[in-house]
Design a protein around this ligand. Structure first.
Ligand SMILES: Nc1ncnc2c1ncn2[C@@H]1O[C@H](COP(=O)(O)OP(=O)(O)OP(=O)(O)O)[C@@H](O)[C@H]1O
Length: 301
C-alpha cells in the first residue's frame, strides 16, 4: 500500500467503500496494482468487482476512501481525465460501433485519444493500427463491419480499441468471455507481453485457468470485502477463498447451506457444474488448475 513519501504503486485503491442504500457493495477495499504486472480481481457474483472497477475508472463515486493513480488522488477526477492520464478500460458489454469496420473502430479510438493529447505529444502518441490489429490477432477481420464479426473477435476488438489509447493501466472486465480456448491462450500471452512492456493490468475474470496462469497477484472480494490477497498458489490454497466460492459457512459445514446467491453464481471454481442446482458439488474445489500449469491445458470449459 501507499507509503508516505516513498514508493507508490501505479494504482492504489485506498479503503474504498461504496454503499447503495442498505447494500455495502464495496467495504474498505484496499489493494495496489503495480506497473509491469497482471493483477486479478476475482470473487463470486455480486461480490463487488464491477463496482470496484467503476470506482477506479470514475464511473462510480465512492462513499468513502480514495483512488490514487500515478501518484495523484483521482477520487474526484472525471472519467475522461482519468482516461487521458492513462487508464484504459474494457466493459463486459461490447462497445464497438457496429457499422464501422474493425480497422475504423480502432482508428476512431486512436484518434479520440490522440485528439485529447496536447499538440506536442500527438506524433509520439501515433498508433500503428495495422500492427495493433496484428498483435491482438484480428488483422484478418480489419475490413469487416464490427457487427458482423464473431463474439470472441469483438472482444479482442474491444481490447485493441483500448490499447489504441496506449494506457498505463488496463482495466479488463471479463475479457475472455466469448473467446475460444486458442484465443484465450493467445490472449494470456498478450497480457504477459503487455505487462513485460510495463503496462499494469487489472482484470476481473471468471476463467480460473486464465487467472491462475497469467496473474502475478490476485485479490479476492467477497461481499464487498477483500478476503484474500496473494499469488496464484496462495489464493488457490486459501480456505477462505474456497469457502466463498463453495457458498458454505461454518454452519454449512454442519449441513446448513447459506449464501445461496454466491453458490449459484457458477463462476468459480465449478464453471463446469450445473448452476441450476443449489450448491456445487464438493469436487468443484478440485477443479482449480494447478498453479504453474499454464493456461489452456485441457481443463478449460
Ligand atoms: N447501482 C446499484 N444499485 C444498487 N445496488 C447495486 C448497484 N450496483 C451494484 N449493486 C449491488 O452491489 C453488489 C455488488 O455488485 P457488483 O456488480 O459490483 O458485483 P460483481 O462482483 O461485479 O458481480 P458479477 O460477477 O455478477 O458482475 C451486489 O449486491 C449488487 O446487487
Amino acid at each position: 500500500m501507499a507509503s508516505r513519501g516513498g514508493h507508490r504503486a501505479l494504482l492504489e485503491v485506498d479503503g474504498v467503500v461504496v454503499r447503495f442504500g442498505g447494500v455495502v457493495a464495496v467495504n474498505e477495499a484496499r489493494f495496489d496494482v503495480e506497473a509491469g504486472t497482471v493483477t486479478g480481481l476475482i470473487g463470486p457474483n455480486g461480490a463487488g468487482k464491477t463496482t470496484c472497477f467503476n470506482v477506479i475508472s470514475g464511473l462510480q463515486r465512492p462513499t468513502s476512501g480514495k483512488v490514487w493513480f500515478d501518484g495523484r488522488n483521482v477520487s474526484n477526477t472525471p472519467v475522461h481525465r482519468r482516461s487521458k492520464m492513462g487508464m484504459g478500460r474494457t466493459f463486459q458489454r461490447l462497445e464497438a460501433f457496429g457499422s464501422l469496420t474493425v480497422r475504423d473502430n480502432v482508428r476512431v479510438a486512436a484518434d479520440i485519444h490522440s485528439g485529447a493529447l496536447p499538440l506536442r505529444r500527438r506524433s509520439a502518441g501515433k498508433v500503428d493500427i495495422d500492427a495493433l490489429l496484428e498483435r491482438v490477432g484480428i488483422a484478418e477481420y480489419a475490413r469487416e463491419r464490427a457487427d458482423s464479426i464473431p463474439t470472441g473477435t469483438a472482444r479482442l476488438l474491444e481490447l485493441a480499441r483500448c490499447l489504441a489509447s496506449q494506457p498505463k493501466l488496463l482495466l479488463l472486465d471479463e475479457p475472455s468471455s466469448g473467446l475460444d480456448e486458442t484465443e484465450t491462450d493467445d490472449f494470456g500471452d498478450l497480457l504477459r507481453d503487455l505487462a513485460a512492456e510495463g503496462c499494469a493490468i487489472l482484470m476481473v475474470e471468471h476463467d480460473m485457468d486464465l487467472v491462475m496462469g497469467v496473474c502475478d497477484t490476485i485479490h479476492v472480494l467477497d461481499f464487498g470485502s477483500i478476503i484474500a490477497q496473494g499469488d496464484p498458489a496462495a489464493i488457490r490454497n486459501d480456505p477462505a477463498v474456497q469457502k466463498a466460492y463453495l457458498g458454505y459457512s461454518d454452519e454449512a459445514d454442519e449441513g446448513h447451506p447459506v449464501r445461496e446467491n454466491h453458490a449459484q453464481s457458477g463462476g468459480y471454481p465449478g464453471d463446469e457444474y450445473d448452476t441450476s442446482t443449489d450448491l456445487p458439488p464438493v469436487e468443484a474445489t478440485m477443479t482449480l488448475p494447478a498453479v504453474g500449469s499454464g493456461i489452456g491445458r485441457g481443463e478449460r470449459r
